[in-house]
Design a protein around this ligand. Structure first.
Ligand code: MG
Length: 372
């Protein structure tokens, strides 16, 4: 496959439901779309970096700059050589970090490559499920606000709920929620808001253990793997790591320390689909649970995440929802909820095609890189 053109497109979208977490509120949704035209096919990738560097260090303005100034120029150096995707991606290793920017290029390359080979991403990865249970993320709020939001998502057909929590918005909320919905499949996500050395925080986390939760995700700071290892011993509830697991190396450390019972895999956050698939393998070998996570993606990134989430080791409720919770219109035909499930795209490549008119109406700017 030879690269002819790479286009980076900056879009400004607005989320239908702003998401409030322990690190802030995400309402505006800048998105970077990468289009790669090769001599055989065309592919699309999405960079999921958020507008602010609060969930991770990476954020959209920085991702755009690193793509334009460092990653795409490296990709174009051997654009006219006939190289496999893995070789092209490894040429980006010289740039440290920026996993979401790299993941966008990888997705577009894989999409083009698999379209040329006429197979779907799901079958290329070895996915075993044609649909996966959808999950809904519920913002931090008062007990009444959270119960109302959960009621709304259950009416829409969601059967798996993940509530964001933070100190001051935890025990009381979960207790109230369990009174109304004693049986709902419920997990919590603190986005690193608790401190193991704070006795009040430890008390709350231990008290949450009694509410029949599927998992508590990222209770402590991303770099506190030792704290997570201690907490995992204290609690019956499964501890999932999300922000802590930035690379395969960090996952190996987390496993060696016993810092978690499982991980939430977000292909974009870990640097791409292929790394996410390797993490899946490592976790299955180590007997760890897996949940597929979302990054408030458009239909493009969500399609790729659905394919990864259809791998056989994903045994915990994920948090991918239907398009109707995120964007109207979405950048692709909507991912629709059917009986609480989302269909894993089976078309060629990532299985969805962006809607040009929707992209055009949300476009702020674009840059073209032509092969010489
Ligand atoms: Mg999370």
């Amino acid at each position: 496959m030879r690269i002819r053109v790479v286009e980076i497109c900056r879009l400004d979208l607005v989320l239908l439901n702003a998401l409030r977490t322990s690190v802030g509120e995400h309402g505006r949704r800048p998105v970077l779309i990468i289009r790669i035209i090769t001599d055989e096919a065309e592919g699309f990738g999405e960079c999921s970096a958020l507008g602010e560097p609060t969930y991770t260090e990476e954020y959209s303005d920085a991702a755009e700059a690193v793509l334009i100034d460092h990653l795409i120029p490296r990709l174009m150096r051997n654009s006219s050589d006939d190289l496999p995707v893995e070789r092209r991606i490894s040429s980006l290793d010289a740039v440290r970090g920026h996993p979401m920017a790299k993941a966008a290029i990888e997705m577009a390359l894989l999409d083009a490559e698999l379209r040329a080979r006429e197979i779907s991403l799901a079958s290329y990865l070895g996915a075993t499920q044609s649909n996966i249970p959808a999950g809904a993320n519920i913002s931090i709020g008062t007990p009444d606000e959270v119960i109302a939001a959960v009621a709304q998502t259950m009416v829409a057909g969601y059967q798996r709920i993940k509530c964001k929590i933070a100190p001051g918005h935890d025990l009381e909320v979960v207790r109230a929620l369990r009174e109304v919905y004693p049986k709902v499949v419920l997990s919590l996500d603190a986005n690193g808001a608790y401190d193991y050395d704070n006795p009040e925080h430890r008390f709350i986390l231990r008290a949450l253990d009694g509410f029949d939760l599927t998992a508590i995700e990222q209770p402590l700071a991303p770099d506190d793997l030792l704290g997570h290892a201690r907490l995992a011993k204290d609690l019956e509830t499964a501890i999932l790591l999300d922000e802590s697991v930035t690379t395969l190396g960090m996952l190996r450390v987390a496993i060696a320390l016993g810092a978690c019972d499982g991980i939430s895999v977000k292909p974009a956050r870990v640097g791409g689909i292929l790394i996410a698939a390797k993490m899946h393998e490592l976790c299955v070998d180590a007997g760890l649970h897996l949940a597929i996570g979302g990054m408030l993606e458009t239909g493009i990134g969500r399609a790729a995440a659905l394919a990864v989430g259809a791998l056989p080791g994903f045994d915990l409720p994920g948090d991918l929802g239907g398009s109707e919770r995120y964007f109207s219109p979405d950048l692709t035909l909507p991912h629709e909820l059917r009986n609480g499930q989302l269909i894993v795209p089976s078309g060629l490549g990532i299985g969805v095609i962006p809607l040009e008119n929707v992209i055009a109406s949300a476009r702020v700017r674009n840059r073209l890189f032509q092969a010489s």
